[in-house]
Design a protein. Structure first.
Length: 454
């Protein structure tokens, strides 16, 4: 759930609240407890917070949002050192390798068990949303994708976090713009246009060839930002910056892994071909571009669907979802953790076990597009058969599920975020034409030598 934005979903909240009021019998009165949660983006969905409040009126969830890097960096480091902080903290996968190196900063979730109070907070519809008593991390491990679960396991084998969603990656495209450019609009035919990334770039060039001189001058392009290709390609492989050599920390291979250089070179090719706009993702211009047709494609994790709906409501029916070049993809994902200094560990565990259970993850997908990390749902008719009218009734459940099952585990090392940042800065220099690809690559290698030596 690595969204870096907040979109009001008043109608959805109202609908859930109305349903819950009619169907929930509050649990027996208990002493009031306030659970503090440090998070970012929309990892914690507020309509589910309201539902949990109806289930447990004695619990108040106090949510503090921050940007990702300060939260998972300075803030959590300070909290662990000072032995204070929240009851729950969200850790994004790019920081998972770092925090797995410091398991003492967290409660070992194998030692926690859901309380009977959680189990007895029943009379809610659907009944499958109830959580049984005495559930520990060990007993629910089977419910989650193994590679997503592993991202929350400390190097001493303690379980420090539970997986939220999987940021399955596919291509969102504008059917009206494709039709105008003479490209097919049927999602199956569109996916066949780009079995490889080289083909994707070729289609981008074809699209550009159909733009008017006025549109080109206005900065319109095929993809919103060509730089997104880099991470998409890397996440389709089996390794990135580290080799899983059987040790806790892994072996650094960012300078030797051919997959890294291939992703770099392919992204540079796309940048030099000019198939993307120069608009930064999650900027105001990017939001506007979704509505006015500034770009025709976005490499879209499942959670991006709700963002597009919120930012470009008037484009309903003009978007569709097609397969990714290379097959499958992933962007983002988070673990919910309980810091070692948490004051309300039991209440925090009860909430996490409920919030991330398969029943809630299914409902989150249908409401917000957050694709479940619980594979038992991947064959569930209610997920596989789920179609989204905003995206031209695309069978988004089936599309994202088929892409996610193709993914292989990738070892995330301690310096993952810092290395990603260095490569991103290098590609930005190439995009801005401040450096050639070769010189910028050399600069990245020099910068990373300083990073890994610290």
């Amino acid at each position: 759930m690595a969204k870096m934005w907040t979109a009001p979903r008043v109608l959805a909240v109202a609908a859930v609240a109305a349903l819950s009021v009619a169907t929930v019998t509050p649990a027996k009165a208990a002493d009031p407890v306030t659970i503090t949660i440090w998070t970012f983006g929309d990892v914690i969905q507020r309509n589910f917070v309201q539902e949990y409040k109806l289930l447990h009126p004695e619990i108040t969830l106090e949510i503090k949002k921050s940007d990702l890097d300060p939260l998972n960096g300075t803030n959590m480091v300070t909290a662990c050192t000072a032995h204070n902080g929240p009851d729950i903290a969200a850790v994004e996968v790019s920081y998972s390798g770092y925090w797995r190196s410091y398991p003492s900063c967290f409660q070992d979730l194998r030692q926690m068990k859901t309380s009977s109070a959680n189990a007895n907070a029943s009379s809610v519809v659907p009944a499958s949303s109830n959580i049984a008593a005495n559930l520990s991390a060990t007993s629910i491990k089977k419910d989650y994708l193994p590679w997503r679960w592993a991202q929350g396991v400390g190097y001493n084998d303690s379980v420090i976090g539970l997986p939220t969603d999987v940021g399955g990656l596919e291509v969102a495209y504008r059917t009206d713009l494709f039709k105008k450019a003479g490209l097919p609009t049927d999602r199956a035919k569109v996916g066949k246009l780009w079995p490889t990334w080289d083909k994707f770039i070729a289609v981008g060039k074809q699209y550009l060839g159909k733009l008017s001189a006025k549109d080109k001058k206005a900065g319109k392009g095929f993809i919103d930002n060509s730089g997104t290709i880099y991470a998409a390609m890397l996440n389709q492989g089996t390794s990135k910056y580290y080799l899983n050599d059987g040790t806790d920390t892994g072996k650094l291979i960012y300078d030797k892994n051919p997959a890294v250089k291939k992703a770099w070179d392919t992204t540079v090719t796309a940048l030099q071909a000019g198939i993307g706009t120069r608009i930064g993702q999650f900027s105001s211009d990017w939001n506007t571009g979704m509505s006015n047709g500034t770009f025709a494609t976005i490499l879209a994790p499942a959670w991006m669907m709700d963002y597009i709906k919120a930012q470009a409501p008037d484009t309903k029916g003009k978007w569709d979802i097609a397969d990714m070049p290379g097959g499958g993809g992933n962007q983002g994902g988070t673990q919910l953790t309980i810091p070692a200094a948490a004051k309300h560990k039991q209440e925090a565990w009860d909430f996490m076990a409920w919030y991330l259970a398969p029943a809630q993850q299914l409902r989150m997908f249908k409401t917000y597009g957050l694709f479940p990390s619980t594979p038992s749902l991947y064959t569930d008719p209610s997920l596989v058969g789920f179609k989204d009218p905003f995206f031209n009734n695309a069978p988004v459940g089936k599309i994202y599920a088929s892409g996610i099952v193709k993914l292989k585990p990738i070892f995330e090392g301690k310096l993952e975020r810092a290395i990603d940042t260095a490569f991103g800065a290098g590609l930005s220099r190439v995009a801005a034409k401040k450096m050639t690809s070769a010189k910028s690559w050399a600069q990245v290698m020099a910068d990373l030598k300083k990073v890994v030596s610290n």
